[in-house]
Structures are given as structure tokens and as C-alpha cells.
Design a protein around this ligand. Structure first.
Ligand code: SAH
Ligand code: SF4
Ligand code: F3S
Length: 461
């Protein structure tokens, strides 16, 4: 093989992109590309972009501006730098990107990453490549099998795509346009990937997709399997200690999935279940197709199956027409449910989505004021949730070296990072850790002599 070249992938946006960035590194590895952690000295720079925020494209263009300088400097030194734009801005803007930013060599849509090596080779010959169509054949199939070494370098926790795309068309969201229709990956394909990951030392998998619990992939029996049944299949794989999934839609919390939360110890008691708003009129205008009461009912079913389940959510404030009273319904929903964490956003109009055309667009200062009020409540809940862990012994998966020598960072079942003093050989083990203190970004704990506290229902309170 030729000499090693350097690849820098910068990831923006959701987990889907984080995962895709790894896939891109995997497809480039056989061509001799090794990942590096900055653009300086890289031979190939990929910007894996997100289109969810307003001015997302503008930010990418200024990012490209900085890369253009690096590219020119490298060229002066006789070195060739290839710049690729991938992800959702690439999907949305396509050809426009190479027109506006001639420094860009490749524009690649999210369905076409398997063709990257060939694109990079052609770009070296001076061609401009734009490839953003949605292939109809199984888009997961075309990816090469990851090499064992690349799996190893992924560490203890890995993402696995189980479905892509979304058919829900929430009126604020670009995903159905940028990521296309919902497609589920067959059960055995997923199981094979998870087996390989487990073989490479991975202990925790997070099943990802834009709408992961809408999963309905084909099982061995030729039938469509619901998500809960897929969980059972994956939980059987030796070495896999923990399973998580994100992101889910409240309407797709089907019975087999709720039952999996009850029956599978590997399925972690933490769920990101975006609700966006606590007001029925706003939910309807968002085309979420469920009510506030429906959301509470889902939470009740989940807590019935897994009393210690901790929840997180996404919220949008200042959706067009949202009144102060309607906004307060979101606050009261947060108070009623109690979240371990949450992401909250000011509504930002996305061109081409129905909400962007709606009357009653709310002024920025108002949105910002609402956001601050909402975040104050969520932050208080998050702090209380973390503080409640102190004095408890929780099972912690030790994942990687920590901030200080001798420290290892692990994760509790509830997604809290914990710093523990422990020998590096313990990385990969799940061990009981007594939580001693809470910091800003993580908990602190000590390896415990005894097992985890049997009932953690109090933690969710
Ligand atoms: N599939 C997931 C989330 C996809 S986007 C779901 O159905 O919930 C991630 C989050 O970004 C959304 O949950 C929403 O809270 C936020 N978001 C999406 N579009 C937005 C917009 N136009 N303005 C503000 N926030 C938005
Ligand atoms: Fe977007 Fe709604 Fe689909 Fe989530 S469910 S990806 S918010 S359209
Ligand atoms: Fe952003 Fe695309 Fe994800 S728009 S949130 S990166 S699907």
C-alpha cells in the first residue's frame, strides 16, 4: 500500500453525523488514510455538515474560507489538499457549493459515502464531484466491512445505524427532505455488525436513526420485526453489556419495545424522547400527531416497565404563533415529567418547511427569553438528578482514560459521565462505583466493594 495520508473529518449536528463521520473514516482507511485531529497537515478534509440551524450554510462557507487558505499554503509547498463537504448542507445545496466555493473538490450526499474513495481519486486528477442523489438499492449494503483495527480504535462504545430517514414531516424539520424516506436495515445485517464490534472489544452499542423506534426491518423469518424484537436479538450477542437507542418518536413506542425495557437488563434505563412542546395546539401545528396526554401515557407505560428509567427530551420554544400561555404548558410538562437532561432550541425557520411560511413568527428576544426560562428549569432538574446519585452505588462501564493520570471515565446507566480512579486494565468492564461527588461535567466515584444499589427508582424522582 502507498504511504499513509491524513484525513480530518469535522462533524456538525446530530449523532447520525457523528456516526457517518466514522463510517467515512472506515471507507477511506483501505486507501491509506489515517485520521488526524485537526485540519493542519491533512490531505483530505471532510466537513460533515448539519442543516438544522438557520445560517448553517453560511457558517460552512466561512469554514471553507479558512480551509482554502490551508489548501493554498499546502499547494505552495507542493502538497495537494482535497476538501469535501458531506452531510445535510451538501444534500441541500449540492452543485451550489462548488459554484460558490471553488476550493471545494467534492460534495457528497449522505447516501453516497461508500463512493468516497473513488471520488477522492478522481478529485486528485482535478475533477469537481457532486454526488447527492438518493440511491434506491440498500444503501447500507454498499459499505465495506470495517477492518478489525478500525473497530478496535473505536473503543468501548459504538454507534450502529439501524434505520435512516423520516416520514413524519414535522412542520419545522428538514430531515425528511435532507435524509429522505424512512428505511430500516435487515435484522441480520445489524446483528453481524454488532457481532464484529463485540469481537473488537465494544461493550456498549447505541442504535441510531432519525426515528429509530419506527424500525421495521426484515427478520430472518422474512417478516418485519418491530424494534423491541430487534433488541432481543442484539441482547443475545456475547460481549454486549449495554444497549441504547436514539432518537425516538413518542408515537412509535410500541409494546414490544416497552416490554424490552422490562425484560432486557442490557437495555439501559435512559431514554431520549423528544416532545418539542407541552401544548396541544402547538403540537398539532408542528404535525407531531400526538397530544400532551399521549406523551404522559407513554411515560407511564415506560415507568411501569422500568421504574428507574430516566428521560431526556428536545424542546422548541417560540414556534410560530406560540403564546405565553402555550409556552407555559411546555414548562409545566417539564415540571410534571422531570428530566435528567434536555436539549432546547429557539425555533429557527428552515426554508422549504411549512412552519417557515406560517403567520405569527416570534421575535428573537422573545424566543431567547423563553429559552432561558425553560433552560433554568431543565438545569435545575439535571442538577437534582445528578446530585441524587451521590451516595448510591451504580454500575459503571469504564470507557477510556480520564482527565487526570490514573483516572478512567465511565458512564452510569443514566448516561452520566463518572471519573473513577482505577487501573487502565479495567477499561471495558462494568463495575459497581459509589458516587462520591458531583462536578460540572461529570460525577466522581470510587470502585465499590459491593454490588450496585438494587433499586434506583429514587434516582428518577
Ligand atoms: N428525529 C428527532 C429529532 C430530529 S432533529 C425527533 O423526531 O424528535 C433534532 C432536534 O432539533 C429536534 O428534536 C428539534 O427539537 C430540533 N429542531 C429541529 N428543527 C428545528 C427548527 N427548525 N428549529 C429549532 N429546532 C429544531
Ligand atoms: Fe424531524 Fe419530526 Fe422526523 Fe424528528 S420526527 S426527524 S423532528 S420530521
Ligand atoms: Fe443536522 Fe442533518 Fe442531523 S440537518 S441534525 S445533521 S440529520
Amino acid at each position: 500500500m502507498s504511504e499513509t495520508r491524513k484525513l480530518y473529518v469535522k462533524s456538525f449536528g446530530c449523532q447520525m453525523n457523528v456516526y457517518d463521520s466514522r463510517r467515512m473514516a472506515d471507507v477511506m482507511a483501505p486507501s491509506g488514510f489515517a485520521e488526524t485531529d485537526g485540519p493542519e497537515g491533512a490531505d483530505l478534509v471532510i466537513l460533515n455538515t448539519c442543516h438544522i440551524r438557520e445560517k448553517a450554510a453560511e457558517k460552512i462557507y466561512s469554514e471553507i474560507g479558512r480551509l482554502r487558505v490551508l489548501k493554498q499554503e499546502a499547494a505552495a509547498a507542493g502538497r495537494n489538499v482535497t476538501i469535501a463537504v458531506a452531510g445535510c448542507v451538501a444534500q441541500a445545496e449540492g452543485q451550489e457549493i462548488v459554484r460558490r466555493a471553488p476550493a471545494v473538490d467534492i460534495v457528497v450526499g449522505s447516501q453516497n459515502y461508500h463512493r468516497l474513495p473513488e471520488m477522492v481519486a478522481r478529485a486528485k486528477g482535478g475533477a469537481k464531484i457532486v454526488d447527492t442523489d438518493f440511491p434506491v438499492e440498500d444503501r447500507f449494503d454498499a459499505l465495506p466491512t470495517p477492518k478489525r483495527e478500525t473497530i478496535r480504535s473505536r473503543g468501548i462504545a459504538a454507534f450502529v445505524t439501524v434505520q435512516e430517514g423520516c416520514d413524519k414531516f414535522c412542520t419545522f424539520c428538514v430531515v425528511p427532505y435532507t435524509r429522505g424516506a424512512e428505511v430500516s436495515r435487515p435484522v441480520e445485517k445489524i446483528a453481524d455488525e454488532v457481532m464484529r464490534l463485540a469481537d473488537g472489544g465494544v461493550r456498549e452499542i447505541t442504535l441510531i436513526g432519525q426515528n429509530v423506534n419506527a424500525y421495521h426491518g426484515e427478520g430472518k423469518d422474512g417478516r418485519e420485526w418491530p424494534f423491541g424484537k430487534l433488541m432481543h436479538r442484539l441482547a443475545e450477542i456475547p460481549g454486549i453489556a449495554r444497549i441504547r437507542y436514539t432518537t425516538s418518536h413518542p408515537n412509535d413506542m410500541e409494546d414490544s419495545l416497552i416490554a424490552a425495557h422490562r425484560d432486557l437488563p442490557a437495555l439501559m434505563p435512559f431514554l431520549h424522547l423528544p416532545v418539542q412542546s407541552g401544548n396541544d395546539r402547538v403540537l398539532e401545528a408542528m404535525n407531531r400527531r400526538h397530544t400532551r396526554a399521549d406523551y404522559f401515557a407513554v411515560i407511564e407505560r415506560l415507568r411501569g416497565a422500568r421504574p428507574d428509567i430516566a428521560l431526556s427530551s428536545d424542546f422548541i420554544v417560540g414556534f410560530p404563533g406560540e403564546t405565553e400561555a402555550e409556552f407555559r404548558d411546555t414548562l409545566s410538562l417539564i415540571e410534571e415529567v422531570g428530566f435528567a437532561s434536555a436539549y432546547s432550541f429557539m425555533y429557527s425557520p428552515r426554508p422549504g418547511t411549512p412552519a417557515a411560511e406560517m403567520d405569527g413568527q416570534i421575535a428573537e428576544p422573545e424566543k431567547s427569553e423563553r429559552l432561558q426560562r425553560l433552560q433554568a428549569i431543565v438545569n435545575r432538574q439535571q442538577k437534582a438528578f445528578n446530585a441524587a446519585a451521590v451516595g448510591h452505588t451504580l454500575n459503571v462501564l469504564l470507557e477510556r482514560p480520564g482527565r487526570h493520570p490514573g483516572q478512567i471515565v465511565g458512564k452510569t446507566p443514566y448516561m452520566q459521565a463518572v471519573q473513577v480512579m482505577a487501573p487502565a486494565e479495567l477499561i471495558g468492564s462494568v463495575l459497581p462505583v459509589t458516587i462520591t461527588d458531583v462536578g460540572t461535567f461529570s460525577l466522581f466515584g470510587a470502585l465499590a466493594q459491593h454490588g450496585a444499589t438494587p433499586s434506583l427508582a429514587t434516582l428518577g424522582a
